[in-house]
Design a protein around this ligand. Structure first.
Ligand SMILES: [Fe+2]
Length: 144
């Protein structure tokens, strides 16, 4: 496979939802994304190599989403259902990508990178920020 150009995500205070525990986990998601961006730049990258990184992303996302969903439940966040659906769709998408890689299909890495970059940034800036705003207003005693 040939190399592709992928922009890395540099953590920025703008991404902060204002909760250290959440931010730390988001930083780790960015790290995995950046591993993918690095890997992309290599010549001779393989489906197996991509699969390694995307499996790591999948597994860590499961962990992170579990933490978030538990947090949202404890604060009785009214939009939890919608948020859970977003998590589910993300995991479904990654599963699909992994199955394609496993079947030997040449991945459209540019498309994967664009999807992840947009999804992660939107997730931090909009989806997650929303429950944190709610918590601060109504349930400030709840901890992540
Ligand atoms: Fe999150």
């Amino acid at each position: 496979m040939t190399a592709c150009d992928a922009e890395k995500i540099i953590w920025n205070e703008v991404f902060s939802v204002g909760c250290e525990g959440v931010d730390k986990e988001h930083q780790y998601l960015i790290e995995i994304y950046n591993d993918l961006a690095d890997y992309c730049a290599n010549d001779n990258n393989t489906n197996e190599g991509y699969l390694n990184i995307l499996s790591k992303l999948y597994n860590y996302s499961v962990t992170h989403f579990k933490h978030e969903e538990d947090y949202m439940e404890r604060m009785a966040y009214p939009d939890i259902k919608k948020h859970k659906k977003i998590h589910k769709l993300f995991l479904k998408k990654i599963t699909q990508l992994n199955l394609e890689l496993l079947s030997g299909t040449t991945p459209n890495i540019k498309q994967i990178i664009d999807f992840l970059q947009n999804w992660l940034i939107k997730h931090f800036l909009e989806t997650d920020l929303d429950y944190e705003i709610y918590r601060k207003k109504y349930k400030p005693e709840i901890e992540y």
